[in-house]
Design a protein. Structure first.
Length: 417
């Protein structure tokens, strides 16, 4: 798997020359995540089949490059790319025939701004249509039992997915300070059964553990179980998914207004794949779709190896309610530049674009922060993100040496007055 990930930068350089980087990178991503990689040698063998139009295209592209060093870097990886795009073309043609659609339409799923990746084309058509039909019936009111019809009303359910306890309980206590109970509910799923440290969290949060089986890239069933729990409260209007190391960047009432005044669910879509960042905001009608038709929903992905929390929900909504998705990132993370989401994050917080120092074997994961520059903090607050993650407890701002908690408390408390 590491061999695949390390090709990202030279691959992007090469594909920009072909003016097809989005389509091929999408295909690369989806073929990679749908190919079991427990056997590295087998993965490398698959890699040799994956990409590029062939040596002739590469030779033609070389003449247009002015940076010879860049050519050498790309050519070092050429054995991995060599038989690539022809294989992808055949794969798309086969999938199109299997699903009775044209190859051109199959490609349009990959190329569109909200493109649906290969996992959708690889689904069993009957299961896919069954899910979509039932979901649309609910959306059109045939089976909709939701009592929340007015935008901006109801409760926001904040659901934290944690291994242990929250890193910054004191900051979240300030976030919820003086907010009436009927405006929010608070949920913490702790994989290792850790109790919250603060009295506020112990008193106000519902603590769950092992609500369903889970694993890395395998928490789809767990998320549906938690959706079901949140929906038992008829006042729940939307769910916000958060990690244990997340901090708020906006005061509660701003978050609530942004989440509830738009009828769409917020997903931070990952390029043209149709997959998205896990940390999203889902509206009640979409939660009801996933919970009520869980069997059809999960069955639609049976036999397809994909990252559940990143792909299941956004892909399903792109099928059943594409107009109900708002492509908007609610949570900032400092990704390594090879990751598609980094472009979105860096465009809004450019001063932090070069801060990711994670080792190469970490596959470009987000940078963790134990301290933060004062200017970076100010830019985060101006960025429009509602939250940011990968912050340890007791983060200090430099050079001011203020604690992050004090800096945020001033902002969150002022907003309540």
């Amino acid at each position: 798997a590491k061999a695949f990930m390390s090709t990202c930068l030279p691959l992007t350089l090469l594909l920009d020359l072909f003016e097809a980087s989005r389509w091929v990178c999408t295909a690369w991503h989806n073929l990679f995540i749908t190919t079991p990689c427990s056997d590295l040698d087998k993965c490398v063998e698959v890699g040799h089949r994956l990409f590029a139009r062939g040596l002739e295209l590469f030779r033609n592209a070389r003449s247009s490059l002015t940076n010879f060093d860049a050519v050498l870097r790309v050519s070092e990886w050429w054995p991995v790319l060599q038989q690539g795009q022809a294989f992808v073309n055949r794969q798309i043609t086969d999938l199109a025939e299997l699903n009775s659609i044209s190859s051109e339409r199959a490609r349009s799923h990959l190329c569109g701004p909200l493109g649906i990746g290969l996992p959708v084309l690889d689904m069993n058509q009957g299961r896919r249509d069954r899910w979509s039909d039932r979901a649309r019936q609910l959306l059109h009111g045939t089976h909709n039992s939701s009592t929340l019809t007015n935008k901006g009303t109801g409760r926001l359910a904040f659901i934290f997915l944690t291994y242990l306890s929250l890193n910054n309980e004191d900051i979240w206590e300030d976030f919820f300070a003086d907010v009436p109970d009927d405006l929010y509910s608070l949920w913490i799923h702790s994989l290792r059964q850790h109790e919250p440290k603060s009295q506020f969290m112990r008193r106000n949060a519902r603590i769950l553990t092992h609500a369903a089986a889970s694993s890395w890239c395998g928490i789809g069933d767990l998320m549906i179980s938690l959706m079901n729990s949140a929906l038992q409260d008829s006042r729940t209007a939307a769910v916000i998914w958060l990690a244990q190391d997340t901090i708020p960047l906006r005061p509660f009432y701003q978050v609530r207004r942004l989440a509830l005044e738009d009828h769409r669910s917020f997903f931070c879509l990952n390029g043209g794949t149709g997959c998205a960042d896990t940390w999203s905001i889902m509206q009640r009608r979409h939660l009801e779709m996933f919970v009520r038709f869980k069997q059809e929903f999960v069955g639609m992905f049976e036999g397809i190896a994909t990252c559940q929390e990143e792909c299941w929900f956004s892909l399903a909504l792109l099928l059943a309610d594409p107009g109900g998705i708002r492509d908007s990132c609610s949570t900032y993370a400092c990704w390594e530049k090879s990751k598609p989401l980094s472009a979105i994050m860096n465009s809004r917080v450019p001063s932090m674009a070069d801060l990711n120092m994670r080792a190469a074997q970490d596959c470009g994961g987000p940078q963790e922060f134990s301290e933060l520059n004062d200017d970076h903090f100010k830019e985060l607050l101006r960025s429009g993100f509602l939250f940011a993650r990968k912050f340890s407890g007791d983060v200090r701002l430099v050079p001011s040496q203020r604690s992050l908690k004090i800096a945020l408390t001033e902002i969150l408390r002022i907003a309540h007055t």
